[in-house]
Write a protein that binds this ligand. Structure first.
Ligand SMILES: Nc1nc2c(ncn2[C@@H]2O[C@H](COP(=O)(O)OP(=O)(O)O)[C@@H](O)[C@H]2O)c(=O)[nH]1
Ligand SMILES: [Mg+2]
Length: 450
Protein backbone atom coordinates (compact mmCIF):
# COMPACT_ATOMS: atom_id res chain seq x y z
CA UNK A 1 0.00 0.00 0.00
CA UNK A 2 1.17 3.50 -0.72
CA UNK A 3 1.90 5.66 2.24
CA UNK A 4 0.15 8.99 2.45
CA UNK A 5 1.63 10.93 5.31
CA UNK A 6 -1.32 13.29 5.65
CA UNK A 7 -4.59 12.50 7.28
CA UNK A 8 -7.27 14.24 5.27
CA UNK A 9 -10.71 15.32 6.40
CA UNK A 10 -13.76 16.71 4.65
CA UNK A 11 -17.51 16.97 4.76
CA UNK A 12 -18.90 14.01 2.79
CA UNK A 13 -22.44 15.38 2.52
CA UNK A 14 -23.64 18.64 0.93
CA UNK A 15 -23.40 21.84 2.92
CA UNK A 16 -26.79 22.78 4.29
CA UNK A 17 -29.40 21.87 6.84
CA UNK A 18 -30.35 18.20 6.77
CA UNK A 19 -31.09 15.26 9.06
CA UNK A 20 -27.45 14.24 9.30
CA UNK A 21 -24.09 15.43 8.04
CA UNK A 22 -21.11 13.14 7.58
CA UNK A 23 -17.52 14.18 8.13
CA UNK A 24 -14.87 11.77 7.02
CA UNK A 25 -11.17 11.56 7.95
CA UNK A 26 -8.70 9.17 6.35
CA UNK A 27 -5.00 8.55 6.85
CA UNK A 28 -2.36 7.29 9.27
CA UNK A 29 -3.53 9.51 12.13
CA UNK A 30 -7.13 8.30 12.03
CA UNK A 31 -6.69 5.73 14.81
CA UNK A 32 -5.08 8.31 17.11
CA UNK A 33 -7.87 10.75 16.34
CA UNK A 34 -10.55 8.23 17.27
CA UNK A 35 -8.75 7.39 20.50
CA UNK A 36 -8.26 11.07 21.36
CA UNK A 37 -11.86 12.03 20.61
CA UNK A 38 -13.81 8.94 21.63
CA UNK A 39 -11.46 7.14 24.02
CA UNK A 40 -10.68 3.99 22.03
CA UNK A 41 -11.06 2.47 18.57
CA UNK A 42 -14.21 0.35 18.56
CA UNK A 43 -14.68 -2.80 16.44
CA UNK A 44 -14.47 -1.77 12.79
CA UNK A 45 -17.57 -1.05 10.70
CA UNK A 46 -19.93 -0.83 13.66
CA UNK A 47 -21.62 2.51 14.26
CA UNK A 48 -20.99 3.88 17.76
CA UNK A 49 -23.00 6.47 19.63
CA UNK A 50 -20.79 9.01 21.41
CA UNK A 51 -20.39 12.62 22.44
CA UNK A 52 -18.16 14.68 20.24
CA UNK A 53 -16.11 17.04 22.39
CA UNK A 54 -13.61 19.38 20.81
CA UNK A 55 -10.01 19.74 21.97
CA UNK A 56 -11.05 22.16 24.67
CA UNK A 57 -13.57 19.60 25.98
CA UNK A 58 -16.59 21.56 24.78
CA UNK A 59 -19.50 19.37 23.72
CA UNK A 60 -20.24 19.87 20.03
CA UNK A 61 -22.91 17.24 19.32
CA UNK A 62 -23.83 13.67 20.05
CA UNK A 63 -22.80 11.71 17.00
CA UNK A 64 -22.63 8.29 15.44
CA UNK A 65 -19.17 7.37 14.31
CA UNK A 66 -17.85 4.39 12.40
CA UNK A 67 -14.28 3.21 12.50
CA UNK A 68 -12.78 1.49 9.45
CA UNK A 69 -9.41 -0.16 9.96
CA UNK A 70 -7.28 -0.08 6.79
CA UNK A 71 -7.10 -1.69 4.33
CA UNK A 72 -10.81 -2.50 4.71
CA UNK A 73 -12.06 0.98 3.99
CA UNK A 74 -13.02 2.98 0.93
CA UNK A 75 -9.58 4.59 0.72
CA UNK A 76 -7.70 1.54 1.95
CA UNK A 77 -6.42 3.62 4.87
CA UNK A 78 -7.60 3.90 8.45
CA UNK A 79 -10.75 5.97 8.23
CA UNK A 80 -13.37 7.38 10.54
CA UNK A 81 -16.80 8.63 9.50
CA UNK A 82 -18.64 10.88 11.89
CA UNK A 83 -22.37 11.49 11.45
CA UNK A 84 -23.57 14.55 13.30
CA UNK A 85 -26.88 16.38 13.24
CA UNK A 86 -27.21 17.99 9.85
CA UNK A 87 -26.42 21.53 10.84
CA UNK A 88 -23.63 23.05 8.74
CA UNK A 89 -22.38 24.88 11.81
CA UNK A 90 -21.92 21.61 13.73
CA UNK A 91 -20.21 19.92 10.78
CA UNK A 92 -17.92 22.93 10.46
CA UNK A 93 -17.08 22.77 14.20
CA UNK A 94 -16.16 19.09 13.87
CA UNK A 95 -14.04 19.75 10.79
CA UNK A 96 -12.25 22.65 12.45
CA UNK A 97 -11.53 20.45 15.43
CA UNK A 98 -10.14 17.71 13.19
CA UNK A 99 -7.92 20.27 11.48
CA UNK A 100 -6.77 21.53 14.87
CA UNK A 101 -5.87 17.95 15.74
CA UNK A 102 -3.62 17.66 12.70
CA UNK A 103 -5.78 16.72 9.74
CA UNK A 104 -5.64 18.77 6.60
CA UNK A 105 -8.58 19.60 4.33
CA UNK A 106 -9.00 16.99 1.60
CA UNK A 107 -8.70 18.15 -1.97
CA UNK A 108 -11.49 17.46 -4.45
CA UNK A 109 -11.57 13.75 -5.22
CA UNK A 110 -8.74 12.97 -2.84
CA UNK A 111 -10.52 10.14 -1.02
CA UNK A 112 -11.17 8.42 -4.35
CA UNK A 113 -7.63 9.15 -5.50
CA UNK A 114 -6.29 7.39 -2.43
CA UNK A 115 -8.65 4.48 -3.05
CA UNK A 116 -7.19 4.18 -6.55
CA UNK A 117 -3.57 4.61 -5.46
CA UNK A 118 -4.06 2.01 -2.74
CA UNK A 119 -5.42 -0.46 -5.27
CA UNK A 120 -8.94 -0.46 -3.83
CA UNK A 121 -10.34 0.15 -7.30
CA UNK A 122 -9.20 0.76 -10.83
CA UNK A 123 -9.62 4.07 -12.61
CA UNK A 124 -12.84 3.05 -14.33
CA UNK A 125 -14.30 2.17 -10.94
CA UNK A 126 -13.22 5.50 -9.48
CA UNK A 127 -15.00 7.18 -12.37
CA UNK A 128 -18.03 4.99 -11.72
CA UNK A 129 -18.26 6.48 -8.23
CA UNK A 130 -18.76 9.86 -9.88
CA UNK A 131 -21.23 8.39 -12.36
CA UNK A 132 -23.13 6.83 -9.48
CA UNK A 133 -23.33 10.13 -7.65
CA UNK A 134 -24.55 11.91 -10.76
CA UNK A 135 -26.79 9.21 -12.24
CA UNK A 136 -30.16 10.73 -13.09
CA UNK A 137 -31.98 7.74 -14.51
CA UNK A 138 -32.42 4.05 -13.77
CA UNK A 139 -30.31 3.16 -16.78
CA UNK A 140 -27.47 5.50 -15.81
CA UNK A 141 -27.56 4.07 -12.31
CA UNK A 142 -27.41 0.50 -13.60
CA UNK A 143 -24.45 1.34 -15.84
CA UNK A 144 -22.61 3.10 -13.02
CA UNK A 145 -23.21 0.17 -10.68
CA UNK A 146 -21.87 -2.32 -13.18
CA UNK A 147 -18.82 -0.21 -13.83
CA UNK A 148 -18.26 0.19 -10.10
CA UNK A 149 -18.40 -3.57 -9.77
CA UNK A 150 -15.59 -3.74 -12.27
CA UNK A 151 -17.45 -4.68 -15.47
CA UNK A 152 -15.33 -2.41 -17.65
CA UNK A 153 -12.17 -3.32 -15.74
CA UNK A 154 -12.86 -7.01 -16.40
CA UNK A 155 -13.36 -6.41 -20.11
CA UNK A 156 -10.11 -4.48 -20.20
CA UNK A 157 -8.25 -7.22 -18.31
CA UNK A 158 -9.48 -9.76 -20.83
CA UNK A 159 -8.19 -7.61 -23.68
CA UNK A 160 -4.88 -7.04 -21.93
CA UNK A 161 -4.32 -10.73 -21.31
CA UNK A 162 -5.04 -11.52 -24.94
CA UNK A 163 -2.82 -8.72 -26.19
CA UNK A 164 0.05 -9.70 -23.95
CA UNK A 165 -0.28 -13.24 -25.27
CA UNK A 166 0.08 -11.98 -28.84
CA UNK A 167 2.96 -9.76 -27.85
CA UNK A 168 4.71 -12.73 -26.26
CA UNK A 169 4.57 -14.66 -29.54
CA UNK A 170 6.06 -11.75 -31.46
CA UNK A 171 8.67 -10.84 -28.86
CA UNK A 172 9.93 -14.40 -28.94
CA UNK A 173 11.06 -13.87 -32.52
CA UNK A 174 12.58 -10.45 -31.92
CA UNK A 175 15.19 -12.08 -29.73
CA UNK A 176 16.07 -14.43 -32.57
CA UNK A 177 16.13 -12.25 -35.65
CA UNK A 178 17.44 -14.96 -37.94
CA UNK A 179 14.16 -16.77 -37.53
CA UNK A 180 11.27 -14.80 -38.90
CA UNK A 181 7.72 -15.38 -37.74
CA UNK A 182 6.67 -18.65 -39.43
CA UNK A 183 3.57 -18.39 -41.65
CA UNK A 184 1.32 -20.31 -39.28
CA UNK A 185 2.25 -18.04 -36.35
CA UNK A 186 1.80 -14.95 -38.50
CA UNK A 187 -1.65 -16.17 -39.49
CA UNK A 188 -2.60 -16.93 -35.89
CA UNK A 189 -1.37 -13.54 -34.71
CA UNK A 190 -3.34 -11.81 -37.45
CA UNK A 191 -6.50 -13.62 -36.42
CA UNK A 192 -5.99 -12.73 -32.78
CA UNK A 193 -5.33 -9.08 -33.65
CA UNK A 194 -8.53 -9.01 -35.69
CA UNK A 195 -10.37 -10.38 -32.65
CA UNK A 196 -8.86 -7.67 -30.45
CA UNK A 197 -9.86 -5.01 -32.97
CA UNK A 198 -13.44 -6.28 -33.02
CA UNK A 199 -13.69 -6.45 -29.21
CA UNK A 200 -12.12 -3.03 -28.77
CA UNK A 201 -14.53 -1.66 -31.31
CA UNK A 202 -17.49 -3.16 -29.44
CA UNK A 203 -16.43 -1.36 -26.29
CA UNK A 204 -15.78 1.84 -28.20
CA UNK A 205 -19.24 1.62 -29.75
CA UNK A 206 -20.76 2.05 -26.28
CA UNK A 207 -19.35 5.55 -25.94
CA UNK A 208 -22.36 7.26 -27.48
CA UNK A 209 -24.62 5.33 -25.13
CA UNK A 210 -22.37 6.49 -22.30
CA UNK A 211 -22.96 10.06 -23.39
CA UNK A 212 -26.71 9.49 -23.48
CA UNK A 213 -26.67 8.07 -19.97
CA UNK A 214 -24.52 10.84 -18.56
CA UNK A 215 -25.88 13.87 -20.48
CA UNK A 216 -29.35 12.75 -21.48
CA UNK A 217 -30.82 11.63 -24.78
CA UNK A 218 -30.87 14.64 -27.05
CA UNK A 219 -34.46 14.92 -28.21
CA UNK A 220 -35.37 17.67 -30.64
CA UNK A 221 -38.94 18.88 -31.02
CA UNK A 222 -39.39 20.19 -34.52
CA UNK A 223 -42.18 21.20 -36.83
CA UNK A 224 -43.69 24.17 -38.58
CA UNK A 225 -44.55 27.40 -36.74
CA UNK A 226 -47.64 27.10 -34.55
CA UNK A 227 -47.71 23.30 -34.76
CA UNK A 228 -47.66 23.22 -30.94
CA UNK A 229 -43.99 22.44 -30.25
CA UNK A 230 -43.69 24.75 -27.27
CA UNK A 231 -47.05 23.56 -25.95
CA UNK A 232 -45.71 20.00 -26.11
CA UNK A 233 -42.47 20.95 -24.37
CA UNK A 234 -44.46 22.56 -21.57
CA UNK A 235 -46.64 19.47 -21.26
CA UNK A 236 -43.67 17.13 -21.03
CA UNK A 237 -41.78 19.38 -18.63
CA UNK A 238 -44.90 19.90 -16.56
CA UNK A 239 -44.77 23.68 -16.41
CA UNK A 240 -44.84 26.82 -18.54
CA UNK A 241 -41.25 26.64 -19.69
CA UNK A 242 -41.70 28.08 -23.20
CA UNK A 243 -43.88 30.89 -24.41
CA UNK A 244 -46.92 29.67 -26.29
CA UNK A 245 -48.77 31.99 -28.62
CA UNK A 246 -51.07 31.85 -31.65
CA UNK A 247 -48.59 34.21 -33.29
CA UNK A 248 -46.29 32.14 -35.52
CA UNK A 249 -42.57 32.38 -34.94
CA UNK A 250 -42.81 32.80 -31.14
CA UNK A 251 -39.84 30.55 -30.43
CA UNK A 252 -36.84 32.12 -32.10
CA UNK A 253 -33.99 30.55 -30.20
CA UNK A 254 -33.98 26.98 -29.01
CA UNK A 255 -34.80 26.05 -25.41
CA UNK A 256 -33.48 23.11 -23.47
CA UNK A 257 -34.94 21.23 -20.51
CA UNK A 258 -33.97 17.91 -18.97
CA UNK A 259 -36.70 15.48 -18.03
CA UNK A 260 -37.19 11.85 -17.12
CA UNK A 261 -39.38 9.72 -19.32
CA UNK A 262 -39.67 6.21 -17.92
CA UNK A 263 -36.13 5.02 -17.14
CA UNK A 264 -34.59 7.55 -19.52
CA UNK A 265 -33.04 10.94 -18.99
CA UNK A 266 -33.78 13.29 -21.87
CA UNK A 267 -32.39 16.61 -23.02
CA UNK A 268 -35.51 17.99 -24.56
CA UNK A 269 -35.00 20.82 -27.05
CA UNK A 270 -37.75 23.07 -28.34
CA UNK A 271 -36.82 24.76 -31.59
CA UNK A 272 -37.87 27.59 -33.85
CA UNK A 273 -40.61 26.64 -36.31
CA UNK A 274 -39.64 25.57 -39.79
CA UNK A 275 -41.19 28.37 -41.73
CA UNK A 276 -40.99 27.89 -45.50
CA UNK A 277 -40.56 31.63 -46.07
CA UNK A 278 -38.86 32.91 -42.91
CA UNK A 279 -37.96 36.42 -41.88
CA UNK A 280 -34.19 36.95 -41.46
CA UNK A 281 -34.48 36.40 -37.70
CA UNK A 282 -36.58 33.24 -38.17
CA UNK A 283 -34.04 32.05 -40.71
CA UNK A 284 -31.34 32.21 -38.04
CA UNK A 285 -33.60 30.28 -35.70
CA UNK A 286 -34.15 27.61 -38.33
CA UNK A 287 -30.39 27.33 -38.93
CA UNK A 288 -30.04 26.65 -35.23
CA UNK A 289 -32.75 24.01 -35.40
CA UNK A 290 -30.82 22.27 -38.16
CA UNK A 291 -27.63 22.53 -36.11
CA UNK A 292 -29.36 20.97 -33.10
CA UNK A 293 -30.86 18.26 -35.25
CA UNK A 294 -27.46 17.28 -36.60
CA UNK A 295 -26.49 15.81 -33.22
CA UNK A 296 -29.91 14.73 -32.01
CA UNK A 297 -30.71 11.18 -30.98
CA UNK A 298 -34.50 11.44 -31.13
CA UNK A 299 -36.99 13.66 -32.91
CA UNK A 300 -40.52 14.59 -32.01
CA UNK A 301 -41.90 15.89 -35.27
CA UNK A 302 -44.96 17.89 -34.31
CA UNK A 303 -47.53 18.07 -37.11
CA UNK A 304 -50.54 20.37 -36.97
CA UNK A 305 -53.47 18.24 -38.11
CA UNK A 306 -55.48 21.28 -39.10
CA UNK A 307 -52.96 22.19 -41.79
CA UNK A 308 -51.49 20.47 -44.83
CA UNK A 309 -48.28 18.55 -44.16
CA UNK A 310 -45.31 20.88 -44.69
CA UNK A 311 -42.13 19.73 -46.39
CA UNK A 312 -39.09 19.50 -44.11
CA UNK A 313 -35.80 21.11 -45.14
CA UNK A 314 -33.71 18.35 -46.71
CA UNK A 315 -30.96 18.71 -44.10
CA UNK A 316 -33.55 17.65 -41.54
CA UNK A 317 -35.52 15.15 -43.56
CA UNK A 318 -32.40 13.10 -44.17
CA UNK A 319 -31.87 12.71 -40.42
CA UNK A 320 -35.31 11.37 -39.59
CA UNK A 321 -35.77 7.61 -39.54
CA UNK A 322 -38.45 5.35 -38.09
CA UNK A 323 -35.94 4.40 -35.38
CA UNK A 324 -35.35 7.96 -34.16
CA UNK A 325 -38.53 9.86 -34.97
CA UNK A 326 -42.07 9.98 -33.66
CA UNK A 327 -44.62 11.78 -35.80
CA UNK A 328 -46.69 13.66 -33.24
CA UNK A 329 -50.07 14.55 -34.75
CA UNK A 330 -51.21 17.51 -32.69
CA UNK A 331 -54.52 19.33 -32.19
CA UNK A 332 -56.71 16.21 -32.37
CA UNK A 333 -59.16 18.20 -30.24
CA UNK A 334 -59.86 20.31 -33.34
CA UNK A 335 -59.93 17.53 -35.95
CA UNK A 336 -60.44 14.22 -34.15
CA UNK A 337 -60.61 12.16 -37.35
CA UNK A 338 -57.83 13.78 -39.34
CA UNK A 339 -54.76 11.94 -40.58
CA UNK A 340 -51.78 12.97 -42.63
CA UNK A 341 -49.84 11.06 -45.23
CA UNK A 342 -46.21 10.92 -44.13
CA UNK A 343 -43.19 10.67 -46.44
CA UNK A 344 -41.87 7.70 -44.41
CA UNK A 345 -43.37 5.18 -42.03
CA UNK A 346 -42.78 6.78 -38.64
CA UNK A 347 -44.41 5.72 -35.40
CA UNK A 348 -47.43 8.01 -35.04
CA UNK A 349 -48.99 9.34 -31.85
CA UNK A 350 -52.10 11.54 -31.74
CA UNK A 351 -52.11 14.22 -29.07
CA UNK A 352 -53.63 17.45 -27.99
CA UNK A 353 -50.83 19.49 -26.50
CA UNK A 354 -53.41 22.03 -25.44
CA UNK A 355 -55.56 19.60 -23.46
CA UNK A 356 -52.95 16.99 -22.61
CA UNK A 357 -54.56 14.07 -24.44
CA UNK A 358 -52.29 11.32 -25.73
CA UNK A 359 -49.29 12.28 -23.61
CA UNK A 360 -48.92 8.85 -22.01
CA UNK A 361 -48.98 7.12 -25.37
CA UNK A 362 -46.33 9.56 -26.58
CA UNK A 363 -44.16 8.89 -23.55
CA UNK A 364 -44.46 5.15 -24.09
CA UNK A 365 -43.40 5.63 -27.71
CA UNK A 366 -40.37 7.67 -26.59
CA UNK A 367 -39.41 4.93 -24.13
CA UNK A 368 -39.64 2.32 -26.89
CA UNK A 369 -37.25 4.23 -29.15
CA UNK A 370 -34.91 5.14 -26.29
CA UNK A 371 -34.80 1.52 -25.13
CA UNK A 372 -33.14 0.64 -28.43
CA UNK A 373 -30.04 2.64 -27.43
CA UNK A 374 -29.36 0.13 -24.70
CA UNK A 375 -26.21 -1.89 -25.35
CA UNK A 376 -25.01 -4.93 -23.52
CA UNK A 377 -21.67 -6.55 -24.04
CA UNK A 378 -21.27 -10.09 -22.90
CA UNK A 379 -24.44 -9.64 -20.84
CA UNK A 380 -23.19 -6.56 -19.07
CA UNK A 381 -24.32 -2.99 -19.48
CA UNK A 382 -21.21 -1.13 -20.51
CA UNK A 383 -21.19 2.54 -21.43
CA UNK A 384 -17.75 4.05 -21.57
CA UNK A 385 -17.02 7.73 -21.05
CA UNK A 386 -15.16 10.18 -23.29
CA UNK A 387 -11.81 9.47 -21.63
CA UNK A 388 -12.16 5.73 -22.20
CA UNK A 389 -13.26 6.38 -25.77
CA UNK A 390 -10.16 8.44 -26.44
CA UNK A 391 -7.91 5.67 -25.14
CA UNK A 392 -9.74 2.92 -27.02
CA UNK A 393 -9.63 4.97 -30.18
CA UNK A 394 -5.84 5.12 -29.88
CA UNK A 395 -5.79 1.38 -29.24
CA UNK A 396 -7.76 0.80 -32.45
CA UNK A 397 -5.33 2.91 -34.48
CA UNK A 398 -2.30 1.05 -33.17
CA UNK A 399 -3.97 -2.35 -33.56
CA UNK A 400 -4.79 -1.55 -37.17
CA UNK A 401 -1.24 -0.36 -37.76
CA UNK A 402 0.21 -3.57 -36.26
CA UNK A 403 -2.07 -5.64 -38.48
CA UNK A 404 -0.92 -3.78 -41.57
CA UNK A 405 2.74 -4.21 -40.71
CA UNK A 406 2.26 -7.93 -40.22
CA UNK A 407 0.49 -8.18 -43.54
CA UNK A 408 3.41 -6.61 -45.42
CA UNK A 409 6.11 -8.54 -43.51
CA UNK A 410 7.54 -5.55 -41.63
CA UNK A 411 10.10 -6.48 -38.95
CA UNK A 412 8.56 -7.92 -35.79
CA UNK A 413 10.06 -5.11 -33.65
CA UNK A 414 7.83 -2.61 -35.42
CA UNK A 415 4.75 -4.75 -34.89
CA UNK A 416 5.66 -5.20 -31.23
CA UNK A 417 6.14 -1.46 -30.84
CA UNK A 418 2.61 -0.83 -32.12
CA UNK A 419 1.26 -3.45 -29.77
CA UNK A 420 2.96 -1.79 -26.82
CA UNK A 421 1.11 1.39 -27.75
CA UNK A 422 -2.10 -0.62 -27.65
CA UNK A 423 -1.17 -1.88 -24.22
CA UNK A 424 -0.55 1.69 -23.01
CA UNK A 425 -3.90 2.75 -24.39
CA UNK A 426 -5.72 -0.17 -22.74
CA UNK A 427 -3.90 0.68 -19.53
CA UNK A 428 -5.29 4.20 -19.58
CA UNK A 429 -8.83 2.90 -19.28
CA UNK A 430 -8.39 1.07 -16.00
CA UNK A 431 -5.13 2.82 -15.06
CA UNK A 432 -4.00 -0.49 -13.71
CA UNK A 433 -1.47 -2.12 -15.95
CA UNK A 434 1.97 -2.04 -14.44
CA UNK A 435 5.13 -3.11 -16.18
CA UNK A 436 5.45 -5.92 -13.69
CA UNK A 437 2.10 -7.35 -14.63
CA UNK A 438 3.12 -7.28 -18.27
CA UNK A 439 6.44 -8.93 -17.58
CA UNK A 440 4.77 -11.59 -15.46
CA UNK A 441 2.44 -12.40 -18.29
CA UNK A 442 5.23 -12.36 -20.83
CA UNK A 443 7.53 -14.63 -18.91
CA UNK A 444 4.72 -16.94 -17.94
CA UNK A 445 4.12 -17.60 -21.62
CA UNK A 446 7.81 -18.01 -22.44
CA UNK A 447 8.32 -21.72 -22.46
CA UNK A 448 10.23 -21.81 -25.70
CA UNK A 449 13.39 -22.99 -24.06
CA UNK A 450 15.63 -21.39 -26.61
N1 LIG B 1 -56.63 23.54 -30.23
C1 LIG B 1 -55.35 23.30 -29.98
N2 LIG B 1 -54.48 24.31 -30.01
C2 LIG B 1 -53.18 24.05 -29.76
C3 LIG B 1 -52.75 22.73 -29.47
N3 LIG B 1 -51.42 22.77 -29.27
C4 LIG B 1 -51.04 24.07 -29.43
N4 LIG B 1 -52.13 24.84 -29.72
C5 LIG B 1 -52.14 26.27 -29.96
O1 LIG B 1 -51.37 26.57 -31.10
C6 LIG B 1 -50.72 27.82 -30.97
C7 LIG B 1 -49.22 27.63 -31.16
O2 LIG B 1 -48.72 26.82 -30.13
P1 LIG B 1 -47.18 26.80 -29.77
O3 LIG B 1 -47.00 25.76 -28.76
O4 LIG B 1 -46.70 28.19 -29.47
O5 LIG B 1 -46.60 26.32 -31.18
P2 LIG B 1 -45.10 26.35 -31.70
O6 LIG B 1 -44.99 27.56 -32.56
O7 LIG B 1 -44.99 25.10 -32.51
O8 LIG B 1 -44.19 26.36 -30.53
C8 LIG B 1 -51.05 28.31 -29.56
O9 LIG B 1 -52.12 29.21 -29.68
C9 LIG B 1 -51.49 27.06 -28.85
O10 LIG B 1 -52.38 27.29 -27.81
C10 LIG B 1 -53.72 21.69 -29.43
O11 LIG B 1 -53.44 20.51 -29.19
N5 LIG B 1 -55.00 22.03 -29.71
MG1 LIG C 1 -42.69 27.64 -30.08
Amino acid sequence: MLNHADTIAALATPVGTSAIAVVRASGPQAADLVRAIFGATPPPRLAQHADYRDRAGVLVDDVLFTWFAGPNSFTGEDTVEISSHGNPFIAQKILEDLFARGCRPAEAGEFSKRAFLNGRMDLSQAEAVMDLIHARSERALAAANQQLRGALGRHMSRLVVELVGVLAVIEAYIDFPEEDLPPEDRKAVQTRLAGLLADTNRLLATSHYGELLRDGIKTVILGEPNAGKSSLLNRLVGRERALVSPEPGTTRDYLEERIMIGPHWLRLIDTAGLNASPSPLEKRGIDKTIEQAAEADLFLWVIDLTRPLPALPSALASRLTPANTIAVFNKIDLTPNAGVELPQIFPIVNISALHGAGLEVLEAAVVRLADAFHIEIWDELVAINARHAHALDQAMTSLASAGQKLAVYKPSELVASDLRHVLDAYGQVSGKISNEQILDHLFASFCIGK
